[in-house]
Design a protein around this ligand. Sequence first.
Ligand SMILES: [Zn+2]
Length: 259
Amino acid sequence: MVIISPEVFFSTFVIVLGAIFGSFFNVCIYRIPNHLSIMWPASHCPVCNTPLKPWNNIPILSYLFQRGKCSFCGAKIHWHYVIVEVITPIVFFLIFYKSDFKFTLFFAKNIFFFSIAIILFFIDSFHKILPDILTIPLIFIGFIFTFFAKDISIINSLLSSIIVFAILYLISYIYYKSTNKIGLGGGDIKLFSAIGAFFGFQGVVFILFFSSVLAVFWYVFSKMKREDQLPFGPFIIFAAFLFFLFGNNIIQSYLNLFL
Ligand SMILES: [Zn+2]
């Protein structure tokens, strides 16, 4: 008889859950920017409109077996669908790992944040918007999670969220008034406010710094033209995940340089 440890058993559960959620996030990524209901109708091919059968809807496997094509009309399925279905289980597993393989409020809080973050990452990449319907509730749900999870203080959460919102709003207002161009979108500002609510002051500072550095590197190395608009959301979200994984270690080693 094979005996598996609870860690392995629950990790497998979290990974499978991630694949199923990833599949649902794809629905959100496709439908929210197009103002379609995410509950109805059931998944269908966007080209031929044929409703998908359950076996067309198995995360990752259906994509592989159908060789990336709709099994009814042969239309190519966009690569982002399978990327989301692969990334989500990895993200879920790393959150479970960082939660010491326990289903705690800390686990629930981060699963919630990064679920919305994955959806926002792809919507912003493709449509250059961070929809209010996702970012604004995220701020308030962040306060609630922090209040119960207590991984940071609720005062830290509230103040970080309000202060980063006010500062970024002011900066973008001045920038807009002086150049007539939008430097930092309202969606980015609301996302940072949510980051304050979930990760507090340290998170805000870390993520502001690393997202800007990453965006500058991307801008330089991808040889973008000056007039091209670069969506900032994906960089913010990537930096947020770096903070979640390594933030405390990086901040500690940085502070040690001065102590
Ligand atoms: Zn089709």
